[in-house]
Design a protein around this ligand. Structure first.
Ligand SMILES: [Zn+2]
Ligand SMILES: [Zn+2]
Length: 415
């Protein structure tokens, strides 16, 4: 079966992924936080455009515009005179963004209609030359890969450390990832929002998430195009992209954290970077102002981070933090923190450094089951989650580069 799709179908698929649902605003959350989220969305959109990733650029510009027009416009401070300047600025950005969407929409339609046309012409030519030959199979009709093995369970969440961050990004939901195993399907029988990875039943990236992290230096490639034959091309477009970082980032972070670690105080940093040729690259670590204890860490003055990211054209790709005296795992609070990152950027990672334990480091993200559980959890502080050992695990889309040519990085210590 031919699974090429035309322009209109692709646009419809992409529109499904724009879905920005505003959760009931958290109590007292400032409109400034909303604008911070908007700025992240817009910066991502522009980076996709610069990287000629028209499909993601379209989705992200559209998401940015929707977020401004629905969520921000509904904020109680939206019309306050003290926010007139930023409102005017973002209204203009929104207009530009919508224009960009129109342009991209046309380009995407032309691209996919062109592909369908070229394919049809080729088939016609083949049939004319060899009338008795069977119709050629599409490249995308590859058989699905075998399901990933069950992961070993991460450590139980018995002793927890605290890492408290504001949950402003919870305001923005992104569509869920498809579940790959039957057990998870039961849990997520009625998804609250449409799928980002719509279409595939055995979503490769969902399986990949749970299949274990690459060893340092081990090269990973983009999630294989192993979607079932009937999956649309839109599905393959939104597989997790590879994320690369220099292995030295982890030790360098420990050096920045060392004074805190000696005093049994947590430290956190934001992993920032860029997108080039559909690959994510961590090029900077920002240590924002923060207030921490042995088991808590709260970032402060986040507007400084946004300003720095604007200045250096960086987007957020995850975060790194220490467990000075705890083992290496994601606590319930860490999970909620990481949820905020992962809904903004599906490839976002959480690096945990536990210098006093073995293993002393880990690179994690939230499983599809975890995303599903966390989106409805409004609890704060330490709490138990059902199936807590299945909500997160080591990542598999990450290259930890130990070579001499590993990408350069900078640290910005704003503390
Ligand atoms: Zn932690
Ligand atoms: Zn929770």
């Amino acid at each position: 079966m031919d699974d090429l799709i035309d322009g209109d179908t692709m646009i419809a698929e992409l529109n499904k992924q724009v879905q920005v649902a505003a959760r009931k605003p958290a109590d007292g959350l400032s409109i400034v936080k909303y604008y911070d989220i908007a700025s992240q969305l817009e910066r991502q959109a522009k980076m996709y455009l610069a990287d000629s990733d028209m499909e993601r650029a379209y989705v992200m510009f559209f998401r940015f515009s929707s977020f401004f027009l629905t969520t921000i416009a509904a904020h109680k401070s939206y019309k306050d005179s003290e926010f007139t300047k930023i409102k005017t600025e973002y209204r203009q950005k929104c207009d530009e963004s919508l224009k960009q969407c129109e342009t991209l929409k046309k380009e995407i339609k032309d691209k996919y209609d062109g592909l369908v046309m070229a394919h049809a012409e080729k088939r016609l030519a083949d049939l004319t030359l060899e009338p008795k030959a069977p119709a050629p199979q599409s490249d995308l009709s590859a058989a699905p890969s075998a399901p990933a093995p069950e992961p070993s369970a991460p450590p139980a969440e018995d002793v927890e450390s605290t890492f408290v961050r504001q949950k402003s990004w919870d305001l923005l939901k992104i569509p869920e990832q498809k579940k790959a195993d039957p057990e998870e399907k039961v849990v997520s029988a009625s998804p609250a929002y449409p799928s980002l990875r719509a279409g595939g039943k055995d979503e490769p990236s969902a399986a990949a998430i749970r299949s274990g992290a690459a060893l340092p230096g081990q090269k990973v490639t983009p999630a294989p195009a192993a979607a079932p034959a009937k999956a649309s091309r839109a599905t393959a477009l939104f597989n997790l992209r590879p994320l690369t970082f220099n292995a030295d980032i982890m030790n360098e972070f420990l050096r920045y954290a060392s004074a805190n670690t000696r005093a049994n105080i947590e430290t956190c940093g934001i992993l920032c970077g860029q997108i080039k040729k559909n690959e994510l690259l961590i090029t900077a670590v920002v240590l924002p102002k923060q207030k921490a204890t042995s088991d808590t860490c709260v970032t402060q003055m986040e507007e400084e981070l946004i300003t720095l990211q604007d200045k250096h054209n960086l987007i957020t790709l995850g975060w790194i933090h220490t467990h000075p005296s705890q083992t290496c795992f994601l606590s319930s609070i860490d999970l909620h923190t990481h949820y905020s990152y992962q809904i903004m950027m599906p490839e976002a990672i959480a690096i945990v450094m536990a210098p006093s334990k073995v293993p002393n480091r880990g690179v994690f993200n939230i499983s599809p089951l975890g995303l599903d559980s966390l989106k409805d959890c409004n609890r704060t502080g330490f709490h138990q989650h059902k199936n807590s050992d299945k909500l997160w695990g080591p990542v598999s889309h990450v290259n930890i580069d130990t070579s001499r040519n590993a990408p350069a990085f900078k640290f910005y210590d704003l503390r």
